[in-house]
Unconditional design. Structure first.
Length: 206
């Protein structure tokens, strides 16, 4: 902590020491002193107080916890647009190309799939609301199914031949699912969604 921060804190702490002011008058003087300081100075004082005075640290912690608890959760996110983008890349964007060009286009399709997969990891983490993670799993399942049922045989063959692409998508699904609470897992199962994932696994294994 800088010496200037300590001086500011000591000056603030000693405000009114040795005076005969009443409680109300002392409070008015302290209020004036605090309001005269800029935000940067107040933050320096708060940091120094937090590090040196346990009671103040506890008070700051409780205020922070209350503010965090009161913050409304982010609205649920819908990932359907990701599914549509992947489906288009798999089935329509390169459909009219010659076979050799379709083979070359596989790299572009892989890039689209990978970009979208990474977006799920960033946007459907354990701190997001249940509906966001639920939708993420459903859309990931749809993308996997689109890969398996890709109409462009050359692209489908290249994506399916070593199982790496599907394995990465399934790994992302598992990562999201691990963030579920026990109650959320039961809810997901009650909605019949685990059964759909089981059906996808059977299709992938064929």
């Amino acid at each position: 902590m800088s010496s200037s921060s300590k001086r500011k804190f000591d000056a603030f702490k000693s405000t009114g020491e040795g005076s005969t002011l009443t409680g109300a008058e002392h409070k008015i003087n302290v209020t004036r002193t605090i309001h005269a300081l800029d935000i940067a100075a107040l933050r320096e004082i708060a940091i120094h107080a937090y590090l040196t005075t346990p009671k103040i640290a506890d008070h700051i912690d409780s205020k922070y916890a209350a503010k965090t608890a009161a913050k409304p959760p982010a609205p649920a996110k819908n990932f359907d647009a990701y599914s549509k983008e992947c489906w288009h890349a798999l089935n329509t964007q390169h459909k009219r190309l010659k076979s050799s060009k379709k083979f070359e286009a596989t790299g572009e399709v892989l890039a689209v799939l990978e970009d979208n997969r990474k977006n799920f990891i960033k946007e459907a983490g354990p701190d997001t609301v249940w509906q966001t993670r639920r939708n993420a799993l459903e859309v990931l399942r749809k993308i996997c199914k689109s890969i398996v049922l890709c109409d462009v045989q050359v692209i489908r063959h290249e994506l399916m031949k070593d199982g790496v692409v599907l394995g990465e998508f399934m790994g992302t699904m598992c990562k999201i699912a691990r963030g579920f609470s026990e109650v959320e897992r039961e809810k997901y199962d009650d909605e019949g969604l685990l059964e759909k994932i089981g059906e996808l696994k059977e299709v992938c294994d064929d």
